[in-house]
Design a protein around this ligand. Structure first.
Ligand SMILES: C[S@@+](CC[C@H](N)C(=O)[O-])C[C@H]1O[C@@H](n2cnc3c(N)ncnc32)[C@H](O)[C@@H]1O
Length: 219
C-alpha cells in the first residue's frame, strides 16, 4: 500500500456539537432498515459454517480486503472469524492464507449485526478497523456512533475495538459509548512492527497518529 496518504481533514475540529442529541435519539429507537436479499444470503454462509463446527465468533466489521480477518484468525485459533465488507472489489483482492478458521462476507454490516442479534449470536470480540471517517460535520450520522444502527453494536456486545487515524472519530465513539452506559479506553495504537490491517499500514507509513477505543461490553 502507498505511504502518501493525507491526514483526515475536516471542517469539524472538536466533538460534534449534536453528538449527544443524535446518539440519545438512536438509543431510544430500534433500527429498522430494509433487509437486502444479498445480506440474508451472506448470513446463511455464516450460519452454515457455525452449524458445521460450532465455535465462538470474532467479528471483523468493515474488513476491506480481509487482511485483518486472516491476521485475527491466527490470533484467535479457536474462533470463527467473520470479516464483513460491502465492497466486492475490495474482497476480491483477498489472497487466502492456509488458515481456514475465517469467512469473508460481502454484505452490509448493519444487516449482519441485525441478523446476529436476532439469532442471539454474540461475538466474543468485535473489531472495527479504520471505518470510513465521514469527516464533514454534516455527515455525523454516517459515522458508526452517529448511525441509527449504533444500538445493535451494544446489543452484540463483546470486547470492542475501534481504530482510526482521526482522533476525533475515536473520541466521539468513546463519548457515544459513555452515553450508552459503557466505559472504555482511548489510546494510541502501539507500533508493534506488524500492522493489523492494510489501512493501518498505509496510515502508519504516511506518518499518521493512530488511535483506538476498546471496551468490554456485556449486552
Ligand atoms: C477505510 S476502509 C478500511 C478497511 C479495513 N478495515 C482496513 O483497515 O484496511 C473502510 C471499509 O468499510 C467498507 N464499508 C463501508 N460501509 C460499510 C457497510 N455499511 N457495511 C460493510 N462495509 C462497509 C468499505 O467498503 C471499505 O472497505
Amino acid at each position: 500500500m502507498q505511504a502518501n496518504s493525507r491526514p483526515v481533514s475536516s471542517n469539524q475540529h472538536h466533538l460534534h456539537p449534536r453528538l449527544a442529541e443524535v446518539v440519545r435519539r438512536h438509543l431510544q429507537t430500534t433500527h429498522r432498515g430494509a433487509m437486502a436479499a444479498y445480506n440474508i444470503q451472506a448470513y446463511r454462509r455464516l450460519s452454515t459454517a457455525l452449524s458445521a463446527t460450532p465455535r465462538p465468533i470474532v467479528l471483523d466489521s468493515f474488513c476491506g480486503t480481509g487482511h485483518s480477518t486472516a491476521a485475527l484468525a491466527k490470533r484467535h485459533p479457536d474462533h470463527l472469524i467473520v470479516g464483513v465488507d460491502k465492497s466486492a472489489k475490495r474482497l476480491a483482492k483477498h489472497s487466502r492464507s492456509v488458515n481456514d478458521n475465517y469467512l469473508l462476507l460481502q454484505a452490509d454490516c448493519e444487516d449482519i449485526w441485525t441478523l446476529l442479534v436476532g439469532d442471539g449470536l454474540r461475538p466474543d470480540y468485535h473489531y472495527m478497523l479504520y471505518p470510513n471517517p465521514w469527516p464533514k460535520a454534516a455527515h455525523l450520522q454516517r459515522r458508526i456512533h452517529g448511525h441509527p444502527s449504533f444500538p445493535l453494536l451494544l446489543a452484540l456486545g463483546g470486547t470492542l475495538e475501534l481504530r482510526s487515524n482521526w482522533q476525533i472519530y475515536v473520541e466521539e465513539f468513546g463519548c457515544a459509548m459513555h452515553l450508552a452506559g459503557h466505559r472504555g479506553c482511548v489510546l494510541r495504537v502501539a507500533n508493534t512492527g506488524s500492522d493489523l490491517s492494510l489501512f493501518e499500514q498505509k496510515y502508519r507509513n504516511s506518518g499518521h497518529e493512530l488511535w483506538s477505543y476498546t471496551a468490554r461490553v456485556m449486552p
